[in-house]
Design a protein around this ligand. Structure first.
Ligand code: SF4
Length: 375
């Protein structure tokens, strides 16, 4: 079954099934779809030094997925893969060039700018660098109270109580930290403040854009634990963006792997980490320190080389083909369509790594030894 129906130009004939939508676990369990992204394309004009427009850069190319209420969906890819652009397109900052973003039944792409204001109550962002997202002159308690004041949530006393509650929730003692300013906090503490502010208005969705990348490893683990705890306690849904598959593993039910703006693979975390289907996913897994046995099992002798091609001039056919050790002639001629290979597990590759029961297979089911195919 084709799930994406896109052609080489990104034009679509409409999906039969969006990845993770009606056939996904959770949907079958009666969990509601909170966010549905359909055929999202984001482009930016290219200008030369003189400011003259010279074509368009397609940063996100025909991406579709769904996110259920309370679900955590990881989005992974190298710098330049389009993951942050995708996240910002979801919140219409800026609106995508084409496609639909349906949040809680409302297509955000159809709303005017001022109609998007109330969205902030329901969708919040946490950024990579907490210090740059916090006003250095403000005290912690005022930073956390800011969205409550902006949306006139409760009176002054109620807001103070809510700020204390939020600081407690993120593991900061209000007495100790409420009067501090961002410069008096460690990176982990500052990110906790940013998280407290993000959840102040009881959002349904928090978009986390590399939220632990700037923290040291020990603090990363603590903040990831906090994200997971808050998800359990507050039924939050996350779009969790990272360049490192290891980071999203801990907090994601499912994972999307992006390469040059296109989805390579989308699947449940357990399956994707244990038995990746796309050579690029495998390459990302190989870059993880060799400590996790479930990931170690998925590793092979295949290696990735070369630089990410320019999104201004992506390779024909499969965009990964210039770095793929399995590439064949077909890969240069035909754009691989995102298709389900297992239950809820989708891949865009003519020669995916595994089929049910293990073993590498060609698209027609012909066995291909790993590393045998060459560019
Ligand atoms: Fe792309 Fe071909 Fe490699 Fe699959 S085998 S990732 S289609 S280049």
């Amino acid at each position: 079954m084709t799930v994406d129906g896109s052609d080489e130009t990104g034009a679509t004939g409409g999906p039969a099934t969006l990845p993770g939508a009606p056939t996904a676990p959770g949907a079958a369990n009666g969990e509601s779809v909170l966010l549905e992204v359909r055929h999202l394309v984001q482009e930016f004009p290219i200008r030369n030094a003189g400011g003259v427009k010279g074509g368009m850069l397609q940063a996100v190319s025909d991406v579709s997925f769904t996110l259920r209420a309370g679900e955590a969906l990881g989005i992974v890819g190298e710098t330049g893969s389009g993951k942050s652009t995708l996240a910002r397109s979801v919140i219409q900052a800026p609106p995508p060039r084409s496609g639909e973003v349906i949040f809680d039944g409302v297509d955000l792409t159809k709303l005017r700018r001022r109609q998007l204001g109330p969205l902030r109550r329901h969708v919040q962002m946490v950024f990579q660098d907490p210090y740059s997202s916090l006003d250095p002159k403000w005290r912690v308690k005022d930073i956390v109270a800011e969205p409550l004041v902006a949306y006139e949530a409760g009176d002054r006393r109620q807001r103070q109580a809510r700020v204390d509650e939020l600081l407690d929730l993120v593991g900061l003692d209000p007495e100790t930290y409420g009067a501090r300013r961002p410069g008096q906090l460690s990176g982990g503490q500052a990110q906790r403040v940013a998280i407290a502010r993000a959840i102040a208005l009881h959002p349904q969705l928090v978009i986390c854009d590399e939220p632990v990348s700037s923290l040291d490893v020990l603090v990363q683990a603590q903040v990831l634990n906090l994200f997971e705890k808050l998800r359990q306690e507050l039924a939050l849904a996350y779009l969790f963006i990272a360049h490192d598959l290891a980071l999203v593993k801990q907090v994601s039910d499912r994972v999307i792997v992006l390469y040059l703006g296109k989805v390579c693979e989308l699947g449940p975390s357990d399956g994707l980490y244990a038995e990746p289907l796309h050579p690029y996913t495998l390459a990302l897994l190989k870059s993880i320190p060799d400590t996790d046995p479930t990931i170690r099992r998925a590793r092979t002798k295949e290696v990735i080389s070369g630089e990410l091609p320019s999104p201004l001039d992506p390779p024909s056919g499969c965009r990964f083909r210039t770095r793929c050790p399995r590439a064949q002639a077909r890969c240069a001629e035909e754009v691989p369509v995102l298709r389900p290979l297992r239950k809820d597990h989708f891949v865009a590759c003519h020669f995916p790594l595994h089929e049910r029961g293990g073993g590498a297979v060609g698209a027609a089911g012909t066995a291909v030894a790993l590393g045998e195919a060459s560019a």
